[in-house]
Design a protein around this ligand. Sequence first.
Ligand SMILES: [Zn+2]
Length: 487
Amino acid sequence: MKRIITLFAVLALIMSCAVFAGYGCKSGADKITTYTIECSLSGEVLTGSETVSFYNGTENSFTELKFNLFGNAFRSGAAYSPISSQYRARAYYNGVNYGDMTVSTVKDADGSPLAFEICGEDQNILSVALGKEVFPGETVKVTVDFTLKLAKVIARTGINRKAVNLANFYPILCGIEDGAFYECLYYANGDPFFSDCADYTVTLTADEKYVVAASGKVSDSVVNGGMRTSVYSAKNVRSFAFVLSDKFESVCDTSLGTEITYYFYDDAAPDKSLKAAVDSVRYFENTFGEYPYETFAVVQTEFVQGGMEFPSLVMISDSLEDKAYLEVTVHETAHQWWQTAVGNNEIKYGFLDEGLAEYSVVLFYENHPDYGYTRQSCVEAAEKTYKLFCSVYEKLFGGADTSMMRGLGEYSGEYEYVNIAYIKPTIMYDCLRETVGDNIFFKGLKRYYSEYKFKNADPYDLVGVFEKSGADTNGYFESFFDGKVIL
Ligand SMILES: [Zn+2]
């Protein structure tokens, strides 16, 4: 996600200071989890059925599967609401209302019902009893019938005034960490997601008036009785998302071999916006490694933060203008390398993908002077922002906790999170680059991408690739991670 620090955020902090709260993919036909989802959107309700073929790539056996029900966080009474108090008035444009996600049946491969329960700390988890043990290297298939009721809300999942943002629309297997399913709570702060890569085939039926942007390639499409049914596929993605709008126009570029499509409804210079995406993909491919998918959809929509990344699809807020709009486009595009391809537990280590996406923007600007920024101007702005944050916290609380190794629930709000997960790592990477030199620095980033593409990494994996690339980091990273370094 991209967040823009505004004076409002600082003021909100001063006034309220609300308290907030792997396994990788294996290539090969049978050694990856697959999702086959069929769903239909009618009004505010999406009904769906998914068959998930879970491949156990761990060394543990399982007798149950656990899925995140992110759509259920939009229900009335959720302890962890996706909408923070800071954004509540803007997000609920029509007054506060709710959605939810329900599960009606779960069946095994033979069609026999399986016992399941909705559990977790905040009714955020679907737990399915398999009735048998699934051993390492084995696959088990379950079919889940579900219903998602969409709230009228500007969020990752919801109906806004211009489009339907349809991310997290199905029960998704919890990511596996240390041999167990990791349950995600929907913190309003940051991006509270963690999943493993899988192959998807998704069939969506919706009103034919909609133009559909998707996390994958469309292979078939038919219209019947005013409804269009289209089949999409994507390989090695951590999730699958759509944005639907009857207002979308689109422009497309295939010059890089990837189908890059920009969907928009309010843009006086759509070619300029598309160019930012194409320039970003080209530069990041040359700098980090090949773009990992066949398609890339850059989608204008309503969003209260700057933007949000999903595999081969990014949402860009229509409230941004000019330079900020392009900057968010570059940032979200960088997430295709850092978060989508190289994954990480975003609840525990949000700074990993956010920091790299943010520093990737610095690298992009450094190499594209026509966008109006330089490396120096970006790093100086980061240092200034971070120093202001430290001085604000010094005045308010007698000091700032600058530790990066903490979960989303341990941040006091977005202002603190942005400074620790976005701004501080930008400074960290630039200092590292100054110290080890460009050769080792870029070797390290390329290595991080190639070694952890379609897998999940943790902060020590990041340190490891720089060490292996010839950097004697000697506690450098750790001093940033634990907050001991004084900037
Ligand atoms: Zn981001």
